[in-house]
Write a new protein. Sequence first.
Lengths: 114, 107
Amino acid sequence: KAGVTQTPRYLIKTRGQQVTLSCSPISGHRSVSWYQQTPGQGLQFLFEYFSETQRNKGNFPGRFSGRQFSNSRSEMNVSTLELGDSALYLCASSPQPEGNSPLHFGNGTRLTVT
Amino acid sequence: KNEVEQSPQNLTAQEGEFITINCSYSVGISALHWLQQHPGGGIVSLFMLSSGKKKHGRLIATINIQEKHSSLHITASHPRDSAVYICAVNTGNQFYFGTGTSLTVIP
């Protein structure tokens, strides 16, 4: 079974631009969650989608948004990029929502904002 | 205020030693996860617990719901166990993460 695939692996953007990150879950997994990891704040929960609906959302500004498609693939969008958005963005998939089944993580997208 | 506290932050052990990493949390949870992150970023889920104890190979995880505490034990540690171990709790609508324990096992 293929694992969770995140694209791109690396991304360099300029302040003010927007970015879209993609996550393809393990086949059969309908829950996709997104996380931001920085040296200062560690891992933080962004949001979770299950069956194309956002189930839960972390404490991030509205510049961070996401969506899930009917094939369970998910995208995350960050608009009006700030320097502080530089981070490793991870997604995880699982069969069930709300963290009640093991999480399978992708390798992440490393975003650098200059 | 940190909803999840891990200790110790850093740990160095000799190969073969028994290792314990602790996690305390302050919120009501539906599940607790132990994660392993190697240099380069990849995260692997080791355990998901809502009660009791789980064992996988040399790894054992326990949770005490009443005391809001979980432990991850590694028996007969090996250099390949060197990684950051992260405790995460799910409240049903939020995930909270510990800051991680950086483990180095010396041959």
